[in-house]
Design a protein around this ligand. Structure first.
Ligand SMILES: Cc1ncc(COP(=O)(O)O)c(C=O)c1O
Length: 341
């Protein structure tokens, strides 16, 4: 759900993207996004969905045959792996069951000195699992290996310390926690990552981060979607009004409430333990998942997501990000209760 403040901002007349007025707006949004990311690294706002930032991280660092270690435990970590393969990386896949925790010891064993990049998804939206990115960053921080973290569905909604943890690429998108329309992606780039990028001769054009760096922080190398930047400013106003830490706490409360509510009705969660459960969505296991999802939509006008790949028809996923409130969660839990009766 996109709040009315954001929709109204996106209806404003469009100004030219090379004017001083727009440059000031763009710089302001960039600086404010850095605060959300807790980073002083350069942070680029890209015209594209979240996947464009995943693509940018890999396209700018990978030459044919470079070693990439992809940690795979859901649909979106598979996507990181597939992008690396598309850029002809030599990919080692380290897989964990969907819903299982990532075992850092196994990552340690798989990591070699010549691993150029590790890819991981912080908040696996397809399974509702939060992965141990801080611990993983501990393995790469003082090495030549870069770490690319997809935080598309958790940035701003869970604790992520881009600089303190040492994340080389941290990636997010506009349509999740920010409750903005789909269409913008964000990527922060560490100094260590720049050293590699500058030495890498890879195939890229639209997502060439060095082009973006030349225009930073007031412009983008190609025309900027002004309407979306208006929307972003309004979404940031709402986030700052609530406060980043308060928003994270709100989601924690909603996550706890959702988990307790579905468990009380006899459901099992897909994540194997509560400790690895996402702060921004809950994945619930049920043989009747498709029917529950359909009835929620048709009878109660409530939209939950289904499962992906082999979990299609096996789980439904309840979001507690964006502008979702306790009232929405109560309504959803009550409706599920009525449906299963
Ligand atoms: C964790 C994660 N990664 C990547 C994506 C892909 O983002 P987009 O659809 O904005 O390209 C999503 C979208 O749901 C996601 O949740």
């Amino acid at each position: 759900m996109v709040p009315k403040e954001v929709l109204e901002a996106m209806a404003k007349p469009v100004i030219h993207h090379r004017t001083p007025e727009f440059k000031a707006l763009f710089e302001d949004c960039t600086k404010r996004m850095q605060k959300v990311f807790k980073t002083e690294n350069e942070l680029f706002i890209l015209a594209g969905s979240g996947t464009s930032a995943m693509d940018a991280a890999i396209a700018n660092t990978i030459e044919k045959g470079d070693k990439v270690l992809s940690i795979v435990s859901g649909k979106f970590s598979e996507r990181m792996r597939d992008i690396a393969k598309a850029y002809n990386a030599n990919v080692t896949e380290l897989s964990f069951d969907w819903g299982a925790p990532v075992d850092i010891e196994k990552v340690k064993e798989a990591l070699t000195e010549d691993t150029k990049l590790i890819t991981i998804v912080h908040n696996e939206t397809s399974t509702g699992v939060r992965n141990p990115v801080k611990e993983l960053a501990g393995l790469t921080k003082d090495t030549n290996t870069l770490l690319a973290v997809d935080a598309i569905s958790s940035m701003g909604g869970d604790t992520i310390e881009t600089d303190k943890w040492g994340l080389d690429f941290c990636i997010s998108g506009s349509q999740k926690v920010l409750a903005m329309a789909t269409g913008l992606a964000f990527i922060s780039v560490s100094e260590k990552a720049w050293e590699t990028i500058e030495k890498t001769n890879s195939t890229k054009y639209y997502l060439d981060l060095q082009k973006y760096r030349k225009m930073y922080p007031t412009q983008t190398p190609f025309s900027t979607p002004v309407t979306y930047i208006y929307g972003l400013r309004a979404a940031l106003d709402l986030l700052e009004k609530e406060g980043l830490e308060n928003r994270i706490k709100r989601y924690t409360k909603l996550a706890e409430k959702t988990r307790a509510g579905v468990k009380k009705m006899g459901f099992k969660l897909l994540p194997q333990t509560d400790e690895i459960c996402s702060n921004t969505l809950t994945a619930v296991y049920s043989e009747q998942a498709s029917d529950i999802k359909k009835q929620l939509n048709e009878k109660y006008d409530i939209l939950v997501a289904g499962g992906q790949a082999h979990l299609k028809d096996k789980i439904f996923r309840i979001a507690h990000m964006g502008i979702i409130t306790e009232e929405h969660i109560d309504k959803t839990l009550n409706a599920i209760g009525e449906i299963i009766k």
